[in-house]
Design a binder for this molecule. Structure first.
Ligand code: NIG
Ligand code: FE
Length: 403
């Protein structure tokens, strides 16, 4: 078996203690810091990790890579993106700075429906190319696993095409980058449908059946919000996904406390995302579940909204992740590390909570249990930075130290 060895990282954050605690109630030392550390692995799994001074004799004669002056963490996972879209909404951002709200812009035909037009104006190959470019940019910040949602086609043919494009992207960029293909045709209701129920019945559910048969989906998601999709829509989608054995996720409690977090826990969703308005009952439901609370601070900043009450989730023992939500409307920022570093002081997160939110818990938020910590037996997926101190990675906002 082809053994590889990194010798002498200045710092390794293993997150081994965080893994033991299932990513909950973390204290700073749960980051699992090793100084002058080495890692032994093969293609499938990590074999050994520890201080270089304790490297077992058997490994000493094997060729190794000298990583002095560099730092290593479990691979960063961006567990929530919408990167397959055409056009942009720069003008809407300016309109918001000039006083309009996201909801007002959407009601006037802007918002997701505006990106629907921009997306339908592009061909399959144009969207594929844009997707590749965006993945390359995200990867350059040290992110190795990216969840991508469909949802800007909003008709049967284009949504089908987008889910197939995500599948193609997955095959093109693997194994360097791991893609999670999430079906989110239930993103907004196009004007030609009288109700969300009609759109679900005519487009979303039949398309899920078709893609379910083709076995290319990893997750299903829905925007549960006033003027978007109702409790009944969520229930019908989640039950259909269960039939196909596809895990579910939900955009929950973004603008109002719609009890989306409670629905997420009820259906054992992988994650409930946004959660700006979740009440105490939603937090209580999540703490007793395996559902990850995925916070999207970039979106709160971009929309100028009050941020999620991260401490309430963390102190209750909920598993918390942070993702970019990169999309054309509510967060046009592809740099998860920058967003998370900016958010940490607002969320009052400690360093273990911060790193766990973009590695271990983010992997769990997309259904991957085989990575997220540097411990023997887990997958050898790492993020490596050109600095001798992990502190410096999140200290240097927007500076890219990834290798
Ligand atoms: O996650 N909230 C719903 N969907 C996206 C927004 C998409 C858009 O505005 O284009 C989100 O923020
Ligand atoms: Fe989103």
């Amino acid at each position: 078996m082809n053994i590889k060895i990194f010798r002498n990282f200045s710092e390794i954050a293993t997150l081994a203690p965080a893994l033991k605690k299932d990513g909950r109630r973390l204290i700073p030392s749960d980051i699992g810091l090793i100084k002058n550390g080495s890692i032994v692995y093969n293609q499938e799994e990590i074999l050994w990790v520890g201080p270089d001074s304790e490297l077992p004799e058997d490994y000493k004669g094997i060729d190794s890579i000298d990583t002095t002056g560099k730092s290593c963490l479990p691979e960063i996972v961006d567990s929530h993106t919408h990167i397959v879209f055409g056009g942009d909404r720069a003008h809407e951002y300016s309109m918001r700075l000039n006083g309009a709200t996201y909801e007002e812009i959407a009601a006037a035909g802007g918002g997701i429906l505006n990106s629907m037009k921009g997306t339908n104006a592009l061909s399959r190959s144009e969207l594929l190319k844009l997707g590749q470019q965006r993945i390359r940019a995200i990867k350059s910040y040290g992110v190795g696993t990216i969840e991508i949602k469909s949802g800007y086609g909003l008709n049967f043919e284009k949504e089908y095409e987008i889910s197939r494009i995500i599948h193609d992207l997955k095959n093109i960029v693997r194994p360097d980058v791991q893609i999670i293909n999430t079906f989110m045709a239930a993103h907004a209701v196009p004007k030609e449908y009288a109700s969300s129920y009609d759109y679900m019945k005519e487009v979303v559910l039949p398309l899920l059946d078709r893609l379910g048969e083709e076995q290319i989906l990893d997750c299903v998601d829905i925007f549960h919000e006033k003027n978007y999709f109702s409790d009944e829509d969520v229930t019908s989608l989640f039950e259909r996904a269960q039939r196909w054995n596809i895990p579910v996720k939900i955009h929950a409690d973004e603008f109002n406390d719609n009890k989306g977090a409670i629905l997420a826990a009820k259906y054992h969703a992988l994650s409930a995302d946004h959660l700006l308005s979740t009440g105490a009952d939603g937090i209580a439901a999540l703490k007793d579940s395996s559902t990850v609370a995925t916070l999207l601070p970039g979106t709160g900043l971009f929309l100028g909204k009050t941020q999620a009450n991260a401490r309430a989730f963390l102190d209750a023992g909920v598993k918390v992740a942070i993702a970019s939500d990169f999309n054309p409307g509510s967060c046009h920022c592809d740099n998860l590390l920058m967003v998370a570093a900016l958010a940490a002081p607002i969320y009052k997160m400690n360093m273990a909570e911060l790193w766990c939110a973009i590695t271990l818990n983010a992997a769990h938020a997309v259904g991957i249990k085989s990575q997220g910590a540097i411990v023997p037996g887990l997958k050898p997926r790492f993020s490596i930075f050109n600095t001798d101190s992990i502190d410096r990675i999140t200290y240097s906002w927007g500076k890219n130290l990834a290798i």
